[in-house]
Design a protein around this ligand. Structure first.
Ligand code: NCD
Length: 309
């Protein structure tokens, strides 16, 4: 039996395949329940602390929506500027405080390792909604859920990850999940934004088939899934370097229709330039459905780590 009660969700690498399957199945169950009812009363009386020290639209609002649809309540902030961080409070003290109020914490913070630091001082479960260029496990889980629901299964797919693989935390977390499945991975990035070599080496050691290239069109030919990502402007020290790289890859409708019309296209969003809006109407453009899936997956995670399911 899989039991996630009390578990912190910090890193894509923490899960077994059994746990992944369980989370996806509970999320699927949440989706079905919401088809019948607008909200449940599973988390009635429980409070989620949503602590966002860094900008967010989907992650924060889908966490909040998830808790509301579970029948629970939410407190929190959407910017470090309105929290006592602005007065010089340490992250540890903010967490120690919020820990007195809530049953589970979801947080996003610009520092790599911050979620782990929070979990070390919290007694309630901490869910990492993104720690700098580090990890973003709940996004990776909803990506996995989306692959299963769009393609029917995860095994057997060739997944192309394209864009900023150096700073993109969603892909850092994603590959730690894909490694449990029979998937081939193709990494497409400018030379200076490649997947960190230690991650690639570790995955290869694990027996995962990985190709690295700068050529998106070639990779698309072989792909079942194309996971586009934004160049992470806020992680660049040199703005000129960002300007040089920001339009490295732009997916257009013409490219999809010419190279691989059956492609499933994912993106964690926000998009800047990397997918033209005429792609949106293609049947394989799944990125807004993907955003919706974030609610089901976060409902599952909240209910599981608090032991309500
Ligand atoms: C991602 C993030 O914040 O890492 N967005 C999200 O959570 N959906 C991707 C990004 O910002 O590029």
């Amino acid at each position: 039996m899989v039991n996630l009660k009390g578990m912190d969700i910090l890193d894509g690498a923490q899960f077994t395949r059994k746990e992944l399957e369980h989370i996806l199945n509970v999320a699927e169950d949440m989706r079905k329940r919401l088809e019948k009812k607008r909200s449940l009363d599973l988390m009635k009386g429980y409070v989620l602390g949503a602590l966002f020290f860094e900008p967010s639209t989907r992650t924060r609002l889908s966490f909040e929506t998830a808790m509301h649809r579970l029948g629970g309540n939410v407190v929190g902030f959407a910017s470090a500027k309105v929290s006592s961080t602005a007065k010089g409070e340490t992250l540890a003290d903010t967490i120690r405080t919020v820990n007195q109020y809530v049953d589970v914490i979801a947080m996003r913070h610009p520092q790599i390792g911050s979620a782990k630091e929070a979990a070390a001082v919290a007694t309630v479960p901490v869910i990492n909604g993104g720690d700098g260029a580090g990890q973003h496990p709940t996004q990776a889980l909803l990506d996995l859920f989306t692959i299963r629901s769009e393609r029917g299964q995860i095994d057997g797919n060739t997944i192309v990850l394209c864009g900023d693989l150096k700073f993109g935390r969603t892909v850092h977390a994603g590959v730690e999940l894909y490694k449990h499945y029979d998937c081939k991975l193709i990494f497409v990035a400018p030379n200076t934004l490649k997947m960190p070599p230690e991650i690639t080496a570790r995955l290869r050691k694990h027996g995962i088939e990985i190709e690295e290239t700068t050529d998106l069109e070639m990779a698309m030919k072989e792909a079942d899934i194309l996971y586009m990502t934004r160049i992470q402007r806020e992680r660049f020290k040199d703005p000129a370097e960002y300007e040089r790289l920001k339009d490295s890859y732009v997916l257009t409708r013409e490219m999809v229709e010419r190279i691989n019309p059956g492609l499933t296209i994912l993106h964690p969003l926000p998009r800047v330039n990397e997918i033209t809006t005429d792609v949106d109407a293609l049947p394989g453009a799944a990125y807004f459905r993907q955003a919706r899936n974030g609610v089901y997956v976060r409902m599952a995670l909240i209910a599981l780590v608090t032991g309500r399911i």
